[in-house]
Design a protein around this ligand. Structure first.
Ligand SMILES: Cc1cc2nc3c(=O)[nH]c(=O)nc-3n(C[C@H](O)[C@H](O)[C@H](O)COP(=O)(O)OP(=O)(O)OC[C@H]3O[C@@H](n4cnc5c(N)ncnc54)[C@H](O)[C@@H]3O)c2cc1C
Length: 391
């Protein structure tokens, strides 16, 4: 019998597996996909994340931050939002800087697979990894939860953590419903070479068709995110690299400079929130509990915040000789994380509506709002610190 069984070895699940095994718990991690082997010059992955200061601290405590190759880390010191009055011309703008909040940087842009690999590299030998594993069914009793797998038979644990992403099989097997919607839009993601050498700014231009964002990558590279209607995004994603480059030069702001597309893909935008965070001995973390509009790059940062809170509660319970899945603990976890996640999801939606709207009233509100925010010293510093995960 394991103390903790984690389903899903993505960034969030792997961080919890590592944390618990570092504290002497008997841990099993089930992952359905075999991890790719990363070598020193593995090409840049399409999936990248803006990792805030709080997540950086969580990964550092685990010893994983230090294992991410320095040349794959791109710090950003400035975060900028501006509106487009025409496709090229900038309107009102707002810039947050690390200096304003007395920090060396606001965060880093890092490839998801580098973070995941750095976590897996730290796994101690006593951590039992079942990979690739196919979960067939879940059974819950008063004393344990049990998973039947195609490859490894039955795996039992006192606490079962679902970290298996937005379409979580475990959430469904545990009978936890969720609410949410598919946004009408999708987003194209493209890795590009840039005319400019490594940049320290991430920016978003808001247009009536949706935001266009630049995330800096190490060296003269960047990741572009282009929100638009799903048909348009699919059409862009199907273009050749040369044709997509031409479209980007036409529709992104001039400050991007010349770019060359290296790879591209598209993602639907989904908002999902689980109705509750646990059922019996199963508890949800990360995207299994919530998926958020990627607009402000907060998804995995919220997931790491879930992981940190859950780890603290479980480790304290185990140290006190209590059941790691006791109902008071699971209620406390939900109470600490559900509202915080909901607040961020709703803030992102409000922001998204405000900036995508063609209503003259909302257009006026956002122009005025951006100008006021740019001059609102302490409030602006507070929002900057919140975006960096320091509040
Ligand atoms: C375009 C885009 C841009 C984004 N940008 C950012 C950003 O800048 N910053 C940010 O914080 N977030 C960002 N996000 C969100 C971020 O990618 C997610 O929040 C994050 O990947 C969630 O991590 P996770 O570990 O919870 O889930 P996942 O990354 O989905 O990992 C789940 C893991 O579980 C495994 N799994 C799934 N089902 C099973 C099963 N049945 N059995 C066993 N294993 C299973 C999967 O193989 C995977 O390894 C972005 C998302 C998108 C779509």
């Amino acid at each position: 019998m394991f103390d903790v069984v984690i389903v899903g070895g993505g960034m969030v699940g792997a961080s919890l597996a590592l944390k618990f095994s570092q504290h002497g718990l008997k841990v099993a991690l089930l992952e359905k996909t075999k991890l790719p082997v990363l070598v020193a010059d593995t090409p840049v992955d399409l999936r990248v994340s803006a990792i805030n200061r709080r997540s950086e601290q969580w990964l550092s405590e685990l010893g994983a931050w230090q294992a991410i190759p320095a040349k794959r880390l791109c710090p950003y010191l400035r975060l900028q939002a501006f509106e487009a009055t025409h496709s090229k011309v900038n309107g009102a703008e707002l810039t947050f800087t690390a200096e304003e909040i007395n920090q060396p940087h606001l965060g880093h842009i890092i490839e998801n697979n580098q973070i995941q690999a750095a976590l897996w590299q730290q796994f101690p030998p006593q951590l039992s990894v079942f990979c690739p594993a196919t979960v067939l069914s879940l059974q819950q009793t008063e004393d344990f939860s049990s998973l039947r797998t195609a490859e490894f038979g039955e795996i039992r644990g006192r606490l079962l953590i679902a970290a298996d992403g937005g379409t979580s099989q475990l959430r469904t097997l545990a009978g936890i419903g969720c609410n949410g919607w598919q946004y009408q839009q999708g987003c194209l993601v493209a890795t590009v070479e840039t005319e400019y050498s490594q940049q320290d700014i991430t920016w978003q231009q808001f247009t009536e068709q949706g935001p266009r964002a630049f995330l800096p990558l190490p060296g003269a590279m960047g990741s572009l995110v282009w929100y638009d209607s799903q048909p348009r995004v699919k059409q862009l994603a199907a273009l050749s690299a040369a044709d997509l480059t031409q479209q980007i030069q036409q529709f992104f702001p001039e400050k991007l400079g010349q770019v060359k597309v290296l790879q591209q893909g598209w993602f639907p935008l989904t908002r999902m929130h689980a109705n509750r965070y646990s059922a019996g001995r199963v508890v949800l973390v990360g995207d299994a509990a919530h998926t958020i509009n990627p607009l402000a790059g907060q998804g995995v940062n919220l997931g790491f915040a879930d992981a940190k809170v859950l780890a603290e509660l479980v480790l304290a319970a185990v140290a006190a000789g209590e059941d790691p899945a006791n109902s008071a603990l699971l209620a406390s976890y939900e109470q600490q994380r559900k509202n915080a996640n909901l607040l961020m999801m709703s803030a992102m939606d409000g922001f998204y509506q405000l900036f995508s709207s063609t209503s003259p009233l909302l257009r006026f509100a956002r122009k005025t709002g951006l100008r006021m925010a740019a001059n609102a010293g302490p409030i602006k510093a507070w929002v900057g610190a919140y975006a960096a995960g320091l509040k």
